[in-house]
Ligand binder design. Sequence first.
Ligand code: UDP
Length: 239
Amino acid sequence: MPNPLPYKRVLLKMSGEVLMGDQEFGLDPVTVQRVASDIKDVRDTGIEVCVVVGAGNIFRGVSGAANGMDRTTADYMGMLGIAINALALQNALEQLGVPTRVQSALRMDAICEPYIRRKAMRHMEKGRVVIFSAGTGNPYFTSDTTAALRASEMDCDALFKATKVDGVYSADPKKDKNAERFGTISYMDVLTKDLKVMDATAISLARENNVPIVVFSILEDGNFKNVMAGEAACTVVSD
Ligand code: UDP
């Protein structure tokens, strides 16, 4: 199908928090299915899509470390949490008939492929959605940094950061009525104003590699595609 949108290949970053819906922990099957359907809509336009998921809905390394665990071990547990989310999303996409491959930064040969850049590119060229699992495979990193890294490696036109708000605000819109949403903002402003878009490592990596970050809300059905078509609110972080 011809691609009517101004993107050839994009990366979607979804935190574990998004996947847990209104629950306090774990995966909300309805939300996972809805998000999968949003991904399908975009992929069906002919755009190549890859996905990075987090694991805040299951386990975060820093929380484990705060409770006295060895940080490195806790981070590996976080990466295993990412694998759970990746498989859940793969299952939801396949139930919608979308061919999907999970590639993991940590070897898990019985359940998914290892991360191989050229193979991932080839999958996308063939219309398969690629889900990158287990983060970067290294402790002390985040899924956001993984997203900036993989988007750079995959030559993505943009990194779409799915959140529960429709962009980046000057202050917390839930606490401050005067908070304003930025239409566009520079990487430097995000860093110097310490706006909580993504961690500083992720922002710096995206900046160095000229990957624009589109922050949008995934709470509304079809928003991933709508935001690409310029039909939904978002904030674009670029130079
Ligand atoms: N993690 C890691 N290295 C990576 C990516 C993630 O160690 O390259 C671990 C880390 O413990 C992190 C957890 O996996 O807390 C889940 O990722 P993150 O907190 O970024 O998830 P999100 O906030 O996106 O749900």
